[in-house]
Write a new protein. Structure first.
Length: 473
């Protein structure tokens, strides 16, 4: 069996309809991790869907309770063919966001896979059931092509709480570091830069949410009796936010700007076009950091957003000056940002602008990560994509959104390579979520080739990576 024949077999499997049937069964499971009553479905997905497929490939299954009480479980599957072979760690999550059943358009429902042209609609079809099912199918095809072996060691980590910020995942990786020990990490989540263009990203932006609160007095006061005499906390907080974020969305807090948008990163991003595809929203003209391209703003810079802003009672406005106002904001950030001192930096910036009455509370955050884009492993994946795909591959230093990549990059210390099988307009986290079949089919082709290569020349690939890492130290 050759690499080309393994890829052809994988594509025949996809075209036969078997993959579609498998995905249809899995998206029918209502694995909404935000709902406590879905706990049996979460466990069922691991034990009855993923577990049997991996057992058939000779994996040893470890069903592990979440280190945090009453949080979703994990599955770690291990296949060790030879301790001398390189070991791959991969990842997927079987939980989904709320189905939002009543808001899908006519003819669609979140728990039934519906095919319309090149789109397969269902909740989880893109995020993340469709994506990890593609990777498992590629693994299965390589195993069959090699007569019941992979040619490398493989470990798989599945969680059921990614959509609720992966509770317990970091603790699990620390506690099970020996079980999860590997040489490299390849997984799939998030979107490509565009549907036609195969994409490799090397990490993700971090995110930290924080609350701004201004309490002016105990009670609201009649606006006719006191207007113009009492400060309005809604007005004050609006101006405080304007001190943090400019009228064009530009970040105003110098201490929270990154130092990592280097000429090398800008060169990588120079070929990346953001938006402009069917279903994408129109980009706002001149929005964001001045002097940057849209790709640099999204993948190489930091953005601060207002997520909510409340003053008074929006549902029942009264002719009164509100007593308080509150807003929740978010900073999306790349590596090279002093995000862990966000509360201190925002407080100081607001005080300098005259807003000492605004309280700052950091709610939660996750780190940014970025694997070395000059590493030989990056070159290998990009070369593979270039030889298989019609469009030139896109390299992103990091995803614009956030993933729990820090547990793999920082806790487990692995080179992290993400090959997404979705696209920006897939509807993930919204209604009418769908998997685009040409992207899925090409993703299966790419993953089969990468896994075949690991079995053929994994030792050489890892040796080149380690030599490069040694030179960088």
């Amino acid at each position: 069996m050759t690499r080309d024949r393994a890829i052809s077999a994988a594509l025949r499997y996809f075209d036969s309809g078997e993959f579609q049937q498998l995905l249809a069964r899995r998206v029918a499971l209502r694995t909404e991790s935000q709902r406590p009553d879905r706990a049996p479905q979460l466990a069922h997905y691991l034990r009855e869907e993923i577990g049997p497929q991996l057992s058939a490939l000779g994996f040893e299954l470890h069903f592990i309770a979440n280190p945090l009480a009453d949080k979703p479980p994990f599955l770690v599957a291990v296949r060790m063919e030879d301790a001398a072979l390189p070991t791959l760690l991969s990842y997927g999550h079987g939980d989904v966001v709320f189905g939002d059943d009543e808001n899908w358009r006519a003819g669609l429902e979140p728990w039934q896979l519906t095919a319309e042209g090149e789109r397969w609609y269902a909740r989880g079809s893109a995020d993340n059931k469709g994506q990890h099912c593609i990777n498992l199918a590629a693994l299965e095809q390589v195993w069959q092509a090699r007569g019941g072996r992979l040619g490398f060691n493989c470990k798989l980590l599945f969680e059921m709480g990614e959509e609720i910020s992966s509770p317990g995942l970091a603790e699990l990786c620390r506690e099970q570091a020996a079980l999860l020990k590997a040489d490299l990490f390849i997984a799939s989540d998030g979107p490509r830069v565009s549907a036609p263009r195969p994409t490799l990203f090397l990490g993700s932006r971090g995110a930290v949410n924080f609350r701004l609160t201004l309490n002016a007095r105990e009670n609201a006061c009649h606006s006719g009796n006191w207007g113009g005499l009492l400060s309005n906390p809604g007005t004050r907080l609006a101006h405080a936010i304007a001190a943090l974020i400019g009228a064009r969305g530009e970040l105003q807090v110098a201490a929270l700007k990154p130092d990592s948008l280097t000429p090398e990163v800008r060169a990588i991003l120079s070929s990346i076009r953001v938006g402009g595809m069917p279903g994408d929203p129109a980009l706002a003209r001149d929005w964001g950091e001045p002097g940057l391209t849209p790709a640099e703003r999204l993948y190489g810079w930091n953005t601060m957003e207002v997520l909510t802003f409340i003053t008074g009672n929006p549902a029942r406005p009264m002719n009164a000056i509100p007593a308080s106002a509150t807003a929740v904001c978010q900073l999306r950030f790349v590596v090279g940002t002093d995000w862990q001192r966000l509360g201190e930096h925002v407080t100081a910036h607001l005080a300098a602008a005259g807003f000492t009455d605004v309280e700052v509370e950091v709610l939660h955050g996750s780190p940014a990560t970025r694997f070395d884009p000059t590493d030989p492993l990056v070159e290998w994946v990009l070369d593979t994509m270039a030889t298989l795909c019609e469009q030139p591959p896109a390299l992103l230093p990091n995803l614009g959104g956030s993933l729990p990549n820090d547990v793999f990059a920082d806790i487990l210390g692995l080179p992290t390579l993400w090959v997404p099988h979705s696209y920006p307009a897939c509807g993930q986290h919204g209604v009418n979520e769908h998997l685009l079949t040409p992207v899925a089919r090409e993703g299966l082709q790419i993953m089969t080739a990468l896994l075949w290569d690991l079995g053929e020349r994994g030792d050489a690939l890892i040796a080149r990576h380690r030599a490069r890492a040694g030179e960088a130290q």
